[in-house]
Design a protein. Structure first.
Length: 258
């Protein structure tokens, strides 16, 4: 890139930061629909929208991301592994595997499907949480745009006050909007312990306008026993048992011999 262009670009970025002004045309994105595997191509909801932003927007987003990370990385909950330094998909999967091995007599993994997580972030609620974490003031139009590097960090902030499990038998695993809840214990207690947390989680989700696809959520029971306990419930709806549900690209299997 010519030196004059670099200098001009630097001046524009400095102006954006000093004046908190971002021109509307820099916000216009090219939307590319990407179909979700195994879905009906005739159904509009089968597509994930990816926003291709102008170069200047990407540079501004990268600068904003660096400033956000400097402010909040040490304030994020330890259960969230997405877009975190020194945390990865493999580490979250190892965490789940170790939990299953340790509680092999009775273990339950509940995987929740958050409906259109990035598209339905409640803007006023996000702004409130940004202020609470002392993030420098910035304007947000709506949601957290697919394709922007800042979106996952903003989503991490939005769910950062998710309720923590109240006992050591229940653990929470987050990878952005991929949510798994693990519980271990005796057959007559395991579902009760999980339901107790799901009730608390459900109230929090209602408060912050987060919707769960109960029809797409699944539960896996790890045990040497033949019979499953009662199904866990969210919003009084039973979460179906599954022996082949996918989490972070891996398929935990029911009644495994790990």
């Amino acid at each position: 890139m010519p030196i004059k262009s670099i200098i001009r670009l630097t001046q524009i970025i400095n102006g954006i930061l000093k004046l908190n002004y971002f021109r509307n045309e820099w916000k216009i994105a090219t939307i590319v629909p990407i179909i979700k595997p195994g879905t009906n191509p005739q159904d509009p909801s089968s597509y994930r929208s990816i926003s291709l932003l102008p170069t200047l927007s990407k540079i501004a987003a990268a600068i904003s991301l660096n400033r956000i990370e400097e402010t909040i990385d040490d304030q994020l909950i330890p259960y969230q592994f997405r877009f975190r330094k020194n945390l990865s998909t493999v580490q979250q999967l190892l965490r789940i595997t170790e939990f299953v091995r340790e509680g092999m007599d009775e273990g339950l993994l509940d995987i929740l499907d958050i409906a259109k997580a990035f598209d339905r972030v409640w803007t006023d609620g996000l702004l409130y949480k940004l202020i609470a974490l002392r993030i420098p003031e910035r304007a947000i139009a709506a949601g957290a745009v697919q394709g922007s590097e800042v979106r996952s960090k903003l989503f991490n902030i939005y769910v950062n006050d998710i309720p923590s499990p109240r006992n050591c038998q229940t653990r929470l695993c987050l990878f952005a909007d991929d949510t798994a809840i693990m519980s271990a214990g005796a057959p007559n207690n395991i579902t009760n312990e999980l339901n107790s947390y799901l009730d608390l989680l459900g109230k929090w989700m209602i408060s912050w306008k987060i919707k769960i696809n109960t029809d797409k959520s699944q539960a896996v029971y790890f045990s040497r026993r033949r019979n499953n306990p009662d199904q866990p419930k969210l919003y009084r709806r039973a979460i179906p048992w599954s022996d082949n549900t996918k989490y972070l690209g891996v398929y935990p299997r029911q009644k495994t011999n790990l």
